[in-house]
Structure formats: structure tokens, C-alpha cells
Design a protein around this ligand. Sequence first.
Ligand code: IPD
Length: 322
Amino acid sequence: MSADELKGFLATAVALAKEVGPAFKDGFWRKGQFANADDFAVEGKKGNAADCVTAVDCHIERVLFSRLRSIYPHHKFVGEETTAECGDAAITDDPTWIVDPVDGTNNFVHHHHFTGVSIGLAIDKQPVVGVVYLPILDELYTGIRGQGSFLNGQRLPLVGPLTTPTSLAQCMMVSEHGSSHDETMHSRMRSLTRLLLAKEHGGAGLESLRFAGAATSDMSLIAKGVAEVHWEIGLHAWDIAAASVIVTESGGAVFDGSGWWGLPEGEREPQPLNIWNRKIVSVRYIPDLPGQPGSGRELQIQLAKELLSVVEDIPCTPDGLH
Ligand code: IPD
């Protein structure tokens, strides 16, 4: 795929994100076409109130897919709501649009501003184009593999000059407890506790922890350079496909998020992210500064290792294998 073809895909995704912006805002403020409570109606998927869907999610996904299908009839499509309904995601090497119409639906329902539209394009199963649009904050994040990432046209990362974190003790982490409030919550909470506990109490001594409530928002904080590390297990390709391009193109790094806690000691390296495997670690851009103990890339790997060595793994069925 040429650089110009990728630019064309990005332009389409940006135009579509902007097109659905007004419906997103109407739903968020319960006005216009979503002024009636009945039109808005929130449902918990499979009876789980934390994993919810609204009429706005379904409306936006329908609009995005019908536009994309008419422009790219030979491409494939994976969307949170369609896939949740049909119970499967078709994963092939073909160009595949991966869409979350409302990431952070729970935030959206509560009028919490960290919520947005995510449109990613994967080719050969690798994300190459990403658009994350947070309409309430008026933030449009874009990225193309090999061509950088931007927030409202300004190159990422935004925050500077960035410091060099050499351990989790200097890191703000963003994470989520996830929407499946099942018995795996014990493992998630044990992992977060272990991360936060001071070193003298046997923990990793993480400096601070934040929950934005939406994977795309978490990852936009990494791409901006606001937060240093991000970890979540249990999310889906539509939560991270677009944002992973935006993070890596900001100079950040993304890895597989399977935890190593409790596994036999040994030399381990963080593995590349597979967006379909539902486990992620992201680390923000770290500059190469004179006198620091390693290159920016080496320090990103070191932080990912430090994190993975204290978090537990949680088995998840990969997307596409339901
Ligand atoms: C969810 C959000 C949440 C994350 C869940 C996702 P949704 O997406 O990103 O932060 O913890 O894993 O499923 O369902 O609101 O689009």
C-alpha cells in the first residue's frame, strides 16, 4: 500500500468521524435526534450493566459501515456492535475497518467527556491508519503508519520537553478495570495493588494511577506524553486498533500485555502487540538524551518489563475465536 493510498484512507476516516460528530454530541447531551429517553435507551450486553450499548452506538456504527461499504466494497469490516450481535469477527489479511462507534460508552451514558469514536484500518492484520475523535473535547487524533500522528493537526507527542522515566516510580499509569466484573477482577486488583505498593512493601512503587474510562482516551494520553504507561487485559481490537497507530507514530511503544507474575523466573522480552489478543501495554515516547541509562527504546522496554513482571495474566478468548 503506497503512502498516498494510506493518506486517502485516513482522509475518508477523518471525514466520517466528523460526519458522525453531531449525532455523537446529540446523544451525549440527549438533544436533537436523541432528545427522547426512549430513543436513547441503554442496554447492558448479556445483562451486564457495565458493558452497555445505546441507540447512539448502533446509529453511528450503521452510518460508518454503510459509508465505508459504499466507498470500499471489497474491504472487510469489524465493529463493536455488529460483532457483539453476530458473535464473531472476520479476521483476514484483507484491508479491514475496525470501528468502535462509542468507545467509553459507560462514560458517555454518565456525561463524562472521555468518550469518542474510533476508526482503524488494518492490512495484513496490522493496524496502519487510525482516527480517534473525542467530540466533547474537540480532539481529533490521527495517525498513519510511517507518517506520524497528530492531535488537531499538531504533531504528537505534544507535551515537552519530555523527561526520561527510568522506572515505574517516575510513571503515571493509565489503566481500566474492564467491563466484565467477573472473578478475574480479583486478579486485576491484585495486579494494580502490586504495582502501586511501595518497593519496601514488595510492590513496584508506581508513582500514580488514573482511569480515564475508555481505552482510546487512555492511549491518547500516552500519545500526548501526559501519562507514561498503560496496561489493560480484556479489551478488543476495536478499542485499540486506531489508537495503537496513534501511539506508535507518536514515538510510543505498544506490546502484548500478558502478565508474567507467578511464571518461573527467566529472561523475558515484551512481545509485539497483537491487536486481536486483547492484552496491551503502551509506553509513551522517551527521548534519547545524553547521560540517560539507555536509549529511549531500551527504556520503553525496561518499563514494560517492570510492569509485566508484577501483573497477572488473565486468560481471554482472542477476537475472532468466539
Ligand atoms: C470499553 C472501554 C473501557 C475498557 C473496556 C472497553 P466500550 O469500550 O474502552 O475503558 O475497559 O475494556 O470494552 O465498550 O465502552 O466501547
